[in-house]
Design a protein around this ligand. Structure first.
Ligand SMILES: Cc1ncc(C[n+]2csc(CCOP(=O)(O)OP(=O)(O)O)c2C)c(N)n1
Ligand SMILES: [Mg+2]
Length: 628
């Protein structure tokens, strides 16, 4: 057997370079590069290998500022590429590795492939405890990297070089499997990374991972066709899986031909353009009037590539028809079964095609004229509500977040990619943003991880050079993780970041208030010596100056005209622009006929808490616990 002598680090670089992915006849290299922060755990292992072999094998290295940031960059890159390209990430041991945990969980929850190589303590244990080693007192084989297990879809620790031979192919099988994908973690002890092995040459031959598009079972398709034919008030809920599978066109045809309204989750928004006649807008706790009213009375709900998270189901209160039936079209059996669904397990595009063919063969005519008119009327009503929220009210110095969203969307249009993840912005964007294609709305709302936004701007800008990238971020979230601005500057990327400054964690203040709790800890205020609490004046933060310090163009905008001018300046600037926009701390889009389960204290001496509890006890009666 022909062999080649390389270290574990070097073998990894060569292996990564030879992994390809193919779907629908399109083949490409899967791993676009390696992000990493070096420390003693990986500097002479993977670090050495990337330095020596990176150019030769076209495996570029990128340097972030924070290990969490690099995993978010990788997630966003994969998401914008519909999971057909990915990054690997390396970190040192202990703290560097643990900084990747939050990113790993975010990737796994959102079903996004990221390949993580945290470093690990010496496998030979001769220097124990090495710097940064968590010494577990009784379980000697437990290391910090074991914390990746619950947040990864695949985990392995390489304590002998030859273990790579079985571990790496398995890692790529999971990464490229549409149902299993997520964070894949291969932990690399620092001594093993530098150890040599005579690898079979075949290990480094080109390998193509074909992305499955499984067709659902024909018998179940027939059942679904019958359900649709008998439904009086059908409703589709489109999730991220519909976009990853490229089901846009078939969904359009099915909805149009059979008069089935399509509602959207955060990950599914954009699958149909906002002005598509059958797109009734967002559903659930952060949803809109049209979809939520349709959901309430729907007799058949067809989930397409959705996890049926609590925001979509309004904590299981969205669907009130006593006999409502669910169909779960999903490549992931786990998701397909949710809400007691008839599980139509398979690729979303292929499943919808099969249903369309079944409906055509059965001579189905689709929903009634009455239902079609009702859908059209609700959509028109919702569109008007959205337009009203977005319209600038012209009061300088008192801009609301919905108005700013409208101004920004009108200025950049419906094809720029808007990015967001946490705070009150996701809810307002879900309701008010008007995407015109399925890659124009990039929300991470599976984990709603504060800190995803700016790194995601990098991931999207790298995934699709040429598309305008705009990050919408709250002031609180900006303060949590902004340092990847430096990375974007270093990479020469053009990204516009709009900071919505409302003096703190206002969505949580709203939430607290809904639970009867007054402002406590959420706003960004000085400590007040009189109360001893954080109830002093607002702490002024100059976000434009802060961004300038990191090499970005920093701008401020307080009026409609200033926002438009700032965006134009950002467009003309070859680099990162941060626009600081002050928005009202209290004005956000309201909820529409919905609820979200946030438990209220069952006992309290506060009358507002008791009043909120009373309301809560009424609200939970709408929760359909039988739909489990
Ligand atoms: C990492 C992380 N920590 C905590 C939370 C809980 N959380 C959700 S939104 C939010 C406040 C966000 O504040 P900001 O970005 O200013 O947005 P705003 O609510 O003001 O719109 C917090 C603390 C979270 N989602 N992620
Ligand atoms: Mg805020």
């Amino acid at each position: 057997m022909a062999t080649v002598r390389l270290t574990v680090g070097q073998a990894i670089v060569r292996f990564l370079a030879q992994q390809f992915i193919e779907r629908d006849g399109v083949e490409q290299r899967f791993i676009a590069g390696v992000w990493g922060i070096f420390g003693h755990g990986n500097v002479a292992g993977l670090g050495q290998a990337l330095e020596e072999l990176g150019d030769e094998y076209d495996m570029p290295y990128y340097r972030p500022q924070n290990e969490q940031g690099q995993v978010h960059i990788a997630s966003a890159f994969a998401k914008h590429n519909n999971r057909m390209r990915a990054f690997a990430c390396t970190s040192s041991i202990g703290p560097g590795a643990l900084n990747m945990i939050t990113g790993a969980a975010t990737a796994t929850v959102n079903r996004l492939p990221v390949l993580l190589f945290p470093s690990d303590y010496f496998a030979n244990r001769l220097v124990d405890p090495v710097l940064q080693q968590v010494e577990h007192p009784i379980e000697h084989d437990v290391s910090a990297s074991d914390a990746f297990r619950p947040v990864s879809r695949y985990f392995d620790r390489i304590s002998r070089p030859e273990q790579l031979l079985s571990s790496l192919p398995e890692a790529f099988r999971v990464l490229t499997d549409p149902a299993e994908t997520g964070a894949v973690t291969v932990s690399l002890p620092e001594d093993v990374q530098a150890e040599v092995w005579d690898w079979p040459e075949r290990f480094f031959e080109k390998r193509v991972w074909r992305v499955r598009r499984p067709r659902p079972e024909a018998e179940l398709v027939d059942e679904v066709v019958e359900l649709i034919r008998n439904a009086k008030r059908p409703l589709i809920v489109a999730g991220g899986g519909a976009i990853y599978a490229g089901a846009e066109a078939v969904l359009d045809t099915l909805a149009t031909q059979y008069g089935i309204p399509v509602s959207e989750s955060q990950a599914g928004k954009g699958v149909l353009p906002w002005n598509h006649p059958w797109n009734v807008g967002p559903i659930g706790s952060a949803g809109g009037l049209a979809a939520n009213r349709l959901a309430k009375d729907a007799d058949l709900v067809i989930g397409v590539g959705t996890r049926m998270g609590d925001f979509v189901t309004a904590s299981r209160s969205a669907f009130q028809d006593p006999d409502v039936t669910f169909v779960g079209i999903n490549i992931n059996a786990f998701d397909a079964h949710k809400m007691r669904s008839l599980p139509l397990i398979g690729d979303a595009r292929e499943a919808l095609k099969a249903i369309a063919a079944g409906l055509a063969a059965a001579g189905a005519t689709g929903s009634s004229q009455e239902y079609r008119q009702k859908v059209a009327a609700l959509k028109a009503e919702w569109d008007e509500i959205v337009s009203a929220h977005r319209a600038p009210n012209g009061e300088p110095g008192d801009l609301s977040q919905p108005e700013v969203i409208g101004i920004v969307n009108d200025t950049i249009g419906g094809h720029a990619t808007i990015i967001c993840a946490a705070g009150s912005l996701p809810g307002d964007l879900l309701k008010l943003w008007r995407p015109e294609d399925s890659k124009a709305y990039h929300l991470e709302y599976g984990f709603s991880c504060m800190g995803y936004e700016i790194p995601a701007g990098i991931g999207v800008a790298m995934a699709e050079p040429g598309r305008e990238v705009v990050v919408a971020i709250g002031d609180g979230t900006y303060l949590m993780l902004n340092s990847e601005i430096v990375t974007a500057v270093a990479e020469g990327l053009k990204i516009t970041i709009i900071v919505f400054d409302n003096h703190g964690y206002q969505c949580i203040k709203d939430l607290a208030w809904n639970c009867g709790v007054p402002q406590f800890g959420n706003e960004l205020r000085f400590r007040d010596s009189a109360t001893g609490r954080l109830s002093g004046g607002y702490i002024p933060v100059d976000f434009a100056k802060h961004a300038e310090a990191m090499g970005a163009l920093g701008l401020r905008a307080a009026t409609e005209d200033e926002i438009k001018a700032a965006i134009e300046q950002a467009r003309a600037h070859e680099g990162v622009t941060v626009i600081h926009v002050a928005v009202s701390p209290d004005k956000r889009a309201p909820g529409y006929d919905t609820w979200w389960d946030v438990p209220v204290a069952e006992v309290s001496s506060s009358p507002t808490v008791n009043a909120a509890r009373e309301k809560y006890e009424v609200a939970v009666t709408k929760q359909r616990s039988e739909l489990l």
